[in-house]
Design a protein around this ligand. Structure first.
Ligand code: FAD
Ligand code: FES
Length: 297
């Protein structure tokens, strides 16, 4: 066991930094995106910016409080510092959300699988032609944001069309409004629905799956990326398959309690998957479709 540990530390990034020891980052800007979501931009105190593929996550340490898994929400081609969008749900996320510009945060990572939208991913099931449908529920858009940036840029260069379908509990909880507008200007079809409207809301009301019928993508050639609460991913993936989308071309992002992030502790096991290593992004086809369905029983 101990020799395996040494091997993994060495293999992960040479001197083990990022594997077990958090790299100190400074908060260089913070933005209150919604009442409970804060976007933190982080710069390393020394060394290069982390290279992250859209969909991967870091373990962020709020010193003296604890460490949690948070997806990277900036895109690889964004010139600025790396960004994380944190929803305040408990002790550690609360401490992260309250951090101020200049504060230090620990970063380990990046960990896990990605949305397969990088142009050098020659076997990507997502980039093999046709439309790409992105479905997000709430803060689930955070890990997808970098992927949508990549897909929209690719569409502008002649790649497949991009459809972004967003669900939120209420209008005030819609995240990344500026990005949604920019993606639409850049040619993506963006549709938003909320579970509960407000007096000012003029948009759609209903589950995110109700957007599918009007989206206008070609299901027979489409690929899909889905992230949100498990029940939302389950119904969205099923609806896509019913429309004719190949389940092998649907990816979902699964969340479990992450501790080591390195495949050692087993906290993140789901069925045959160690999700910090084999996930969080996994194909919907096969085992995952069964795992999601079994949770209904
Ligand atoms: C791969 C991965 C990527 C993630 N990416 C992000 C991200 O980009 N942004 C983000 O904000 N979060 C993300 N999360 C979720 C985040 O890790 C948890 O919200 C965090 O661990 C909660 O820790 P805490 O100490 O703040 O709350 P805890 O004290 O652990 O929990 C407090 C309460 O909140 C509930 N809770 C815990 N997690 C969640 C949750 N995800 N949603 C709703 N309620 C919850 C608990 O059941 C508990 O009742 C990700 C998780 C994983 C596994
Ligand atoms: S978090 Fe330890 S094995 Fe995945």
């Amino acid at each position: 066991m101990s020799s395996d540990l040494r091997l993994d530390v060495t293999e992960s990034d040479g001197d083990g930094r990022g594997a077990l020891t958090p790299i100190l980052h400074r908060v260089v800007s913070r933005h209150q995106e919604t009442a409970d979501v804060t976007i933190l931009a982080l710069e390393p105190l020394s060394g290069p910016r982390l290279e992250v593929r859209p969909g991967q996550f870091n373990m962020l340490t709020a010193f003296g409080v604890g460490e949690v898994a948070i997806s990277v929400s900036s895109a690889p081609r964004d010139p600025g510092p790396i960004q994380h969008s944190v929803r305040d749900v408990g002790q550690v996320t609360h401490a992260l959300c309250r951090s101020r510009v200049g504060d230090l945060i620990g970063v380990r990572g990046p960990f896990g699988t990605d949305w397969r939208v990088s142009l050098d991913d020659v076997n990507s099931p997502i980039l093999s032609g046709g439309d790409v449908v992105v479905m997000a529920g709430g803060i689930g858009l955070a890990p997808l944001r970098g992927a949508v940036h990549e897909l929209v840029a690719r569409a502008r260069e002649g790649g497949g069309r991009v459809f972004v379908l967003i669900g939120a509990r209420e209008p005030a909880q819609i995240v990344f409004n500026e990005d949604l507008a920019a993606w639409e200007r850049d040619g993506a079809r963006v549709l938003v629905s909320v579970d509960r409207g407000s007096p000012q809301w003029r948009g759609r009301v209903g589950l995110v799956t109700t957007l599918l019928a009007d989206a206008g993508f070609d299901a027979s050639s489409a690929a899909a990326l889905i992230c949100g609460p498990e029940i939302m991913m389950r119904f969205s993936a099923r609806a896509l398959v019913d429309m004719g989308v190949d389940p092998h071309r649907i990816l979902v992002s699964l969340e479990r309690n992450m501790q080591c992030g390195l495949g050692w502790c087993g906290h993140c096991q789901l069925g045959p998957f160690i999700l910090c290593r084999d996930g969080p992004v996994v194909p919907y086809a096969g085992v995952v479709s069964h795992l999601l369905s079994e949770r209904e029983r």
